[in-house]
Design a protein around this ligand. Structure first.
Ligand code: HEC
Ligand code: HEC
Ligand code: HEC
Ligand code: HEC
Ligand code: HEC
Ligand code: HEC
Length: 389
């Protein structure tokens, strides 16, 4: 959890807990899922079939049908549920969205005529009847439409919370008005236990809310810093090239990915699927919607230029061993204490530092009589990045 000196911090978290609880409640349903095909088209495709067909497709996908199959189930590689560990294979949802609205023959040739090294290795020895594969396609279309099975815990927790609330109300009413329960101690016990549980739930949620350290959300493309900055030794600043002179380190545009991925079309771990997304984004000119991970509040000013360009602080000191991360994760807690403690401990190097050389030069010139005034512009006040984000 974040440590701050602001006493109002917990207050903020508890106040915003309930709106956020309900927000997450709504968000766990119906996120728009269909990216590149119209909903009606898919609905139409599904409509002509019975629910039974979709169910059979699902069973086939999960390896329950046919009983005498000799190849792996689709689900053993293509996750249906979100998993905590990185799965380089496309998820069921990924495939569903890619082929939603496309016709069966296209899907069939993608599955049955694998092309590419990874694909050939994974989809070998498939013996699938057309009829079965058609149902798999139906199941996937349905998945694309309805979204992945809703994340159970959130819903259960909310239900539990409400149930506990009802229990408390009941116990209170009984104690004060109805006296239906003979032994008052029972009501009191129900009251205390339920309330205890509720407080615990609120506290856990409140702590999680403020916690951003180790935050590692799923990204739209399985971009790996380990593959790029680690295995292939690409310099951080090749992609985050504003880190040296700008306030923000920036996220590279798709064009920059294409410098290499015009040629590199298949990855060792993910095959063609993930890189195909990059190429698709480039060709359709749709920006890739990376989820932001590090995020200081608006009232804090932080400049990469001051730390990377001037201070020569290594990315690693703040972001950890990024070159070992397959999934980007927030390394530091970004609390005020974190900033302050580093400033207390870190020595500033005045020597051979263009930033300070300038101050020294001006100072010497002033003393030597070469100049008689120093204007703000001389100490860089008109550098674009001093005022602009
Ligand atoms: C090939 C391009 C590339 C290279 C090289 C690269 N990055 Fe990144 N970086 C990205 C992309 C794309 C994202 C957004 C996706 C993600 O978060 O994984 C990102 C995200 C990040 C983030 C998180 C941004 C956020 O949302 O808060 C940090 C921190 C970061 N990179 C640091 C580094 C460091 C440190 C290095 C060098 C060790 C490095 N990157 C090398 C492309 C690159
Ligand atoms: C300087 C060259 C370069 C740049 C720029 C670059 N990549 Fe890569 N990328 C590579 C190389 C090399 C591989 C590894 C290919 C392999 O596994 O043989 C790779 C692999 C990948 C993979 C597949 C990983 C795997 O192992 O399966 C993805 C996905 C990917 N890159 C996405 C991106 C994205 C998104 C960007 C832009 C933010 C980007 N790349 C920018 C060189 C680059
Ligand atoms: C051994 C693991 C494995 C199994 C089992 C498997 N797949 Fe795949 N599948 C992959 C991988 C890996 C890729 C991506 C490879 C690539 O893009 O190069 C993929 C890609 C796909 C694609 C996308 C192809 C494209 O052109 O974009 C579809 C569709 C697909 N699989 C369907 C299925 C179905 C249906 C089954 C079950 C009958 C199945 N897969 C079983 C590993 C597997
Ligand atoms: C002194 C600590 C520190 C150092 C050194 C540092 N960063 Fe950051 N970085 C941060 C903080 C703090 C944020 C969050 C900024 C915000 O939310 O405004 C951040 C955010 C980022 C982001 C997200 C986009 C953005 O700019 O807000 C990327 C990408 C990133 N850093 C990459 C790098 C790279 C690459 C290096 C090394 C060249 C580096 N950082 C060095 C502290 C640091
Ligand atoms: C890893 C150590 C480290 C961390 C963490 C760090 N800083 Fe710094 N910071 C430095 C160093 C070193 C300098 C001096 C750079 C220089 O030579 O100007 C500096 C300078 C600054 C300055 C500029 C002072 C001036 O000259 O005007 C500001 C503002 C600043 N930091 C803000 C922050 C904020 C905000 C955070 C937390 C989000 C933070 N820093 C985290 C090391 C750090
Ligand atoms: C001393 C602070 C400062 C510096 C330095 C500065 N700007 Fe600005 N800039 C501003 C302010 C304030 C505005 C908003 C003006 C407005 O809204 O009328 C602005 C607006 C802009 C705009 C928007 C144009 C418009 O009319 O809305 C651009 C583009 C811009 N600046 C680029 C730059 C570039 C490039 C540099 C570096 C050469 C730079 N600025 C340096 C303060 C600064």
């Amino acid at each position: 959890m974040r440590k701050t000196f602001r006493p109002g911090h917990y207050h903020f978290q508890l106040n915003s807990f309930f709106p956020l609880l309900f927000l997450s409640f709504f968000l766990s349903f119906g996120i728009p899922l269909i990216a590149n095909s119209s909903e009606e088209e898919i609905e139409e495709a599904i409509e002509n079939h019975s629910n039974e067909d979709i169910k059979r497709g699902e069973r086939f996908f999960k390896g329950l049908l046919p009983t005498n199959r000799e190849f792996e189930s689709c689900v053993s590689c293509h996750n249906i549920y979100k998993s905590d560990t990185l799965n380089w294979n496309p998820s069921a949802m990924d495939i569903a969205i890619k082929f939603a609205g496309k016709d069966f023959t296209e899907f069939q040739s993608a599955v049955m005529q694998p092309n590419g090294i990874k694909m050939e290795a994974s989809h070998k020895n498939f013996k699938i009847e057309d009829e079965d594969l058609k149902k798999v396609k139906l199941y996937l279309d349905d998945l694309a439409l309805t979204g992945p099975p809703s994340a159970g815990p959130t819903l259960n927790q909310i239900m539990l919370f409400i149930l506990l609330g009802l229990l408390i109300t009941f116990a209170l009413l009984d104690l004060i008005f109805f006296h239906k329960i003979k032994f008052r101690a029972v009501s009191v016990l129900i009251l205390i236990v339920s309330l205890g549980f509720q407080v615990k739930m609120v506290a856990t949620a409140a702590i999680d809310l403020g916690r951003t350290q180790d935050y590692a959300p799923d990204q739209p493309i399985k971009f790996s810093h380990k593959v790029h900055a680690g295995d292939n030794q690409i310099d951080c600043k090749y992609c985050h090239h504003t880190a040296e002179f700008g306030k923000s380190a920036g996220i590279p545009a798709t064009e920059l990915c294409m410098n290499c991925h015009v040629l590199v079309r298949e990855g060792t771990n993910s095959g063609k699927f993930e890189i195909a997304k990059v190429i698709d984004a480039y060709e359709t000119k749709k920006p890739i919607e990376w989820t932001r991970i590090h995020n200081l509040p608006d009232h804090v000013f932080f400049s990469h230029a001051q730390h990377v360009g001037v201070g020569k602080v290594d990315c690693k000191q703040c972001h950890g061993a990024v070159e070992e991360m397959d999934i980007m994760r927030q390394h530091s807690d970004l609390s005020m204490g974190w900033c302050i403690n580093c400033h207390r401990d870190t020595k500033v190097n005045f020597k051979d530092n263009a930033y300070y050389d300038n101050y020294m030069k001006l100072h010497d010139q002033l003393k030597g009589g070469g100049i008689d005034t120093i204007r703000a512009v001389d100490i860089g006040a008109n550098d674009c990045m001093r005022c602009h984000y």
